[in-house]
Design a protein around this ligand. Structure first.
Ligand code: UGA
Length: 444
C-alpha cells in the first residue's frame, strides 16, 4: 500500500508538484483545481441566470404605457388604468344635459381652443348641453387655453382633459351620454408649423379623427358629425373665388394635406357606416380669444413691443391676401350646420341607408392684403409698425384665399356681417384687457 502510494506520488509529481497524497493514499487536488471548479460553477450559474433572464424577456408581453389619467376628476388608481369615478360621470352627464326640451347634447372636441371655446359657449347659451374635450397641448400658450376653460366652466360647460387618440376615454364618454352631435374642432392647426413638427398633424388630424369616427360609428344612436376642414385644401388652386366644387388636389402644406385627408376619411365613414357628416372649410378665422400663432395676433404683440414684423409678398412684389373671417360669423355657420344636419342612419357600425355628406365654405368673401391688415392694426394700436417685406417663403403659405359662400348661404343661411376693421377693433380691445396692453409685459 505504501509502495503504491509512493508510485502514485511520483507519477503525479510529474504533472503537478503541488498535489498532495494523504496518508490514506487519497489524492488531494492542488488549490488551483478548487479555484477552477469554483470558476466553472460560477460560469455555469451565470449562463443559467442569463438564460432565465432572456427567457423572461422573450415571454413577457410588450410594454404598454399605463392608460392616461383624465384629470378633472376620474379617479386614478396610481400607475394603472384610469377608473372613471361616479363623480366624473355625473359631471359629464350634467354638462351634456340640454337646458331646453329641444336642445341637443353636443360633444365639442378642441373645446379649449379658439373656435371650440366660442362654439361651446354659443351652444350652451342657446340651451344645448355641451361636454368639451381637449388635450391642452403646448402648441401655444396653455395659459390661454386654461383661461378659455375658465370661461366655459363659469357657463356650466365641463371640459374633459384627454386626447382624441384615447379610445378608452372616447368610449367612456359615449357610454355615459347619448350625444346627438359631435362638433369636431380639435386639430393640429397652423400652416407653417407643419415644417417643424409634421407628425403632430398626422396624429391629430388623421389618427385622432379616425379614433373619433370609429367610436361614433359604433355608438347607438350614432351622433351627427360637424367638423372643421380648412380653406387651405384649395392649395394652389388659382380659380377665384374658391367654390366647394373646385379642385382640392394640390395642397401646399402638410396641414392642408391632412385636412384634405380628413375630408376623404369623413366620406368613407359616411359611405360605409351611415354617419351624417358636414365639413366646414374655415377661412383664416380671427377675433377675441384667438390663436397666438396667427399673424394678426403676433403682429399685435410685436407692434406693441416695437419689434420688427415680416410681411410676406407674392411674386414680383404681389400682395398676399386672406379672406379673414370673424369668429362670431364662423360660430353662426357652425351652429347652422348643426341645425340643418340630418340624422345619421347607421347603428352599431351598420349603415341602414344613405346618410348626409356635406362640405361648405365659411369665409368672408372679401380678401384683404396682409399689408392692409397691418395698417388697420397700426391705426387701432396707435403705433407705427416696423415692417420688413419678404418674399413668401416656401413653407406652406399660399398667396391668397377667397371664399365663394353661395352654397353655405343657400343651405345654411350663412351670412358674414363683420368686416376686418370692425373685427380687429374687437380683437384689440380684448387683447388689451387680456394681456394688459402696453403697460404690463405681454405674455403669450
Ligand atoms: O384658413 C385657413 O384654412 C387657415 O387659416 C390660418 O392660416 P393662415 O391663413 O396662413 O393665417 P396666418 O398664419 O395668420 O397668416 C395670415 C397671413 O399673414 C401672412 N404672414 C404670416 C406670418 C408672417 O410673419 N408674415 C406674414 O405676412 C401669411 O402669409 C398669410 O397670408 C390658420 O392658421 C390655419 O390653421 C387655418 O386653417
Amino acid at each position: 500500500m505504501g509502495s503504491q502510494a509512493n508510485q502514485l506520488k511520483s507519477i503525479l509529481s510529474q504533472f503537478d508538484t503541488i498535489s498532495t497524497i494523504t496518508a490514506a493514499g487519497k489524492v488531494k487536488p492542488p488549490p488551483y483545481i478548487h479555484r477552477l471548479r469554483l470558476q466553472s460553477r460560477l460560469t455555469l450559474w451565470s449562463f443559467l441566470f442569463l438564460f432565465i433572464l432572456l427567457l423572461f424577456l422573450f415571454l413577457s408581453p410588450p410594454y404598454c404605457p399605463p392608460l392616461k389619467t383624465h384629470s378633472d376628476s376620474p379617479i386614478n388608481s396610481g400607475s394603472g388604468p384610469t377608473i372613471f369615478g361616479s363623480g366624473w360621470e355625473k359631471r359629464v352627464r350634467a354638462s351634456a344635459k340640454p337646458g331646453t326640451n329641444s336642445g341637443f347634447s353636443v360633444l365639442v372636441t378642441g373645446a379649449a381652443g379658439f373656435v371650440g371655446s366660442q362654439v361651446s359657449l354659443a351652444l350652451k347659451r342657446r340651451g344645448d348641453g355641451v361636454v368639451g374635450l381637449d388635450n391642452y397641448n403646448a402648441y401655444y400658450s396653455v395659459g390661454l387655453k386654461r383661461a378659455r376653460k375658465g370661461l366655459l366652466e363659469r357657463s356650466g360647460v365641463f371640459i374633459v382633459e384627454g386626447d382624441l387618440n384615447d379610445v378608452v376615454l372616447l368610449r367612456k364618454l359615449f357610454d355615459s351620454v347619448a350625444f346627438t352631435h359631435i362638433m369636431h374642432l380639435a386639430a393640429q392647426a397652423g400652416v407653417r408649423y407643419a415644417m417643424l413638427n409634421p407628425k403632430s398633424y398626422i396624429s391629430s388630424n388623421v389618427g385622432g379623427f379616425v379614433s373619433l369616427l370609429e367610436v361614433a360609428k359604433e355608438a347607438d344612436p350614432q351622433p351627427i358629425i360637424v367638423w372643421a376642414s380648412s380653406s387651405s385644401v384649395y392649395g394652389l388652386n388659382s380659380k377665384v373665388p374658391f367654390s366647394e366644387k373646385d379642385r382640392t388636389d394640390q395642397p401646399a402644406s402638410l396641414y392642408a394635406a391632412t385636412k384634405k385627408a380628413g375630408e376623404g376619411i369623413a366620406h368613407v365613414y359616411n359611405h360605409i357606416h351611415g354617419l351624417s357628416i358636414t365639413g366646414l372649410r374655415f377661412f383664416t378665422v380671427y377675433g377675441p380669444w384667438g390663436r397666438p400663432d396667427m399673424a394678426y395676433y403676433f403682429f399685435t404683440k410685436d407692434i406693441l413691443k416695437g419689434k420688427e414684423i415680416k410681411i410676406f409678398e407674392g411674386e414680383s412684389h404681389g400682395t398676399v391676401a386672406r379672406d379673414f373671417t370673424y369668429i362670431d360669423d364662423v360660430v353662426k355657420g357652425c351652429l347652422a350646420a348643426v341645425d340643418t344636419a340630418e340624422k345619421s342612419t347607421g347603428s352599431g357600425g351598420r349603415k341602414r341607408g344613405a346618410a348626409q355628406y356635406r362640405i361648405y365654405n365659411l369665409g368672408n368673401t372679401s380678401p384683404v392684403p396682409v399689408g392692409k391688415l397691418v395698417s388697420i392694426l397700426e391705426k387701432l394700436l396707435k403705433v407705427k409698425a416696423k415692417k420688413k417685406l419678404l418674399p413668401l417663403p416656401r413653407n406652406g403659405d399660399v398667396p391668397f384665399t377667397h371664399a365663394n359662400i353661395s352654397l353655405s348661404q343657400k343651405e345654411l343661411g350663412y351670412k358674414p356681417t363683420t368686416d376686418l376693421e370692425t373685427g380687429l377693433k374687437k380683437f384689440v380691445k380684448w387683447y388689451m384687457g387680456y394681456h394688459g396692453g402696453k403697460k404690463k409685459s405681454v405674455a403669450l
